[in-house]
Design a protein around this ligand. Structure first.
Ligand code: HEM
Length: 432
């Protein structure tokens, strides 16, 4: 199901469920009792104050283990901590940021923009979500292990197979959460039948592709310290090839369809808001002139940061359409949330980012309007509390790729709106 279909199907349910009353308890099945909340105080408690009591938990980890192994996305406690420590350090280095900036700029200039230009010239309708997913997949593979799968524009033969298998493995793994009988998947897996057979086949393709790269990179090792994440993890500890594979797969999963989803919604929202397009163009032109850049020239990380209005508009799009609309944790020991809700050991606790983005109590009476201005205070972009806006999660497990995701989105949007004063509102070809 595409993101758009998903929202169309579930948004009336989300709205009905949470906006009037921000915490509910569900007990449809005694083994799956859960609390669902959209209260920022509860979110802070779960994600930060009582962090140790709300891990991913055994159920989540077991269901995703075949695909993700023990990577950062699918581990708790010590195993999570060691990966988080190395990754946090690396994600904060200037060299990683520049590596991403460089790769995203090349991918945008040489693949994405030409596709848009061609479609504009020939009046061909594009599936924007598909194009952006391919774009994001190429980018995240470059970042993870410096491989270009060429899913967008390139030859893409081997990479295309990898991407398809990766998507299938992700979809079928999350399908395991949907069984009415939670252990049914184990029986199907044991007999290697149906969706479990398909899942194992696609995991096989993903693992084979990753293993080859990891093996050759481990042989080259140490002398060359590449900029990608795999090389950084090879260089730091004595990790096994299997553990390195888990790490790489987790990163690809984390960065794969989050940015593409955010960009797709952003384009969709902007397509009917010429006033906002115009303001974005004006800002791009101001930044270009201030930094004496030629049209289309590459921008540094700091120059991208000057585009406050663009940044605000991206955050605003993700408020209404968060790429990760809900997120679930397991409760380790009985607890009471700040609003008085009782949570029992082994219950699931879900915080609802989508509903939180549409609550009057958090965003005011205009909460359903797309208004980038709400992010601007005294001429600069306001830092919103991550507990009111948990689009990138919050607390010790907060998204590591937040800054890189903004770099990607800024670069794409800047190149898609070539700076040219006064073009926006009058010109329907603004995206070309
Ligand atoms: C708009 C883009 C993005 C959004 C909205 C987003 C959002 C999130 C959210 C909600 C989580 C928590 C998920 C959970 O509880 O399991 C998360 C975790 C994570 N994200 Fe992102 N993400 C984005 C892009 C990226 C990118 C590009 C990367 C780069 C590789 C990345 C790397 C990670 C990692 C490694 C984690 C796991 C952190 C941990 O468990 O310690 N994300 N992200």
């Amino acid at each position: 199901m595409s993101q758009t279909e998903l929202y169309k199907t579930f948004s009336p349910f989300y709205d009905f469920l949470l906006v009037p009353s921000p915490t509910r308890i569900f007990n449809s099945d005694p083994s799956l009792e859960s609390v669902i909340t959209a209260n920022p105080l509860n979110v802070e408690h779960i994600l930060k104050t009582n962090f140790d009591n709300y891990p991913k938990g055994i159920r989540f980890i077991t269901l995703l283990q075949d695909f993700l192994g023990q990577g950062i996305f699918n581990s708790d406690a010590h195993l999570w901590k060691v990966q988080r420590k190395t990754a946090s350090y690396e994600f904060n280095t200037k060299s990683l940021r520049n590596f991403v900036l460089e790769n995203v700029t090349v991918e945008t200039q040489t693949r994405l923009v030409p596709i848009f230009q061609k479609s504009a010239k020939t009046n061909r309708v594009l599936d924007l979500q598909d194009v952006l997913e391919r774009f994001a997949f190429d980018n995240i593979c470059k970042l993870a292990f410096n491989v270009d799968p060429g899913c967008l524009g390139g030859d893409g033969t081997a990479g295309g197979e990898f991407m398809t298998a990766f998507e299938e493995a992700a979809t079928l793994s999350s399908g395991r959460f949907m069984y009415a009988l939670p252990n049914l998947y184990k029986i199907k897996k044991f007999f290697n039948m149906g969706s479990e057979k398909k899942l194992m086949d696609s995991i096989g393709v993903v693992h084979e592709f990753a293993d080859k790269i990891i093996k050759s990179r481990m042989e080259e090792r140490a002398e060359k310290r590449d900029e990608d994440l795999l090389s950084r993890f090879i260089g730091t500890d004595d990790n096994s090839a299997e553990f390195l594979r888990d790490i790489v797969i987790s990163f690809i999963l984390a960065g794969r369809d989050t940015t593409s989803s955010a960009l797709t919604w952003f384009f969709w929202l902007l397509s009917s808001r010429l006033e906002i397009q115009k303001k974005i163009l004006q800002e791009l032109e101001t930044v270009r002139t201030r930094n004496a850049k030629r049209t289309g020239e590459t921008y540094s990380f700091d120059e991208l940061r000057e585009m406050g209005y663009l940044h605000a508009a991206i955050s605003e799009a993700m408020r209404l359409y968060p790429p990760v609309p809900v997120d679930t944790k397991a409760c380790k020991d009985d607890d009471v949330l700040p609003d008085g809700t009782i949570v029992k050991k082994d219950w699931f606790v879900t915080y609802h980012t989508y509903a939180m983005g549409r609550m009057e109590s958090i965003w005011g009476s205009d909460c359903r309007e797309f208004k980038p201005e709400r992010w601007i205070e005294n001429g600069t972009v306001k830092q919103e509390s991550p507990f009111r806006y948990p689009v990138f999660h919050a607390g010790p497990r907060m998204c590591l790729g937040k800054e890189l995701a903004y770099i990607q989105m800024d670069v794409v949007l800047r190149h898609c709106w070539k700076e040219s004063p006064g073009r926006a509102a009058e010109d329907p070809d603004t995206f070309r």
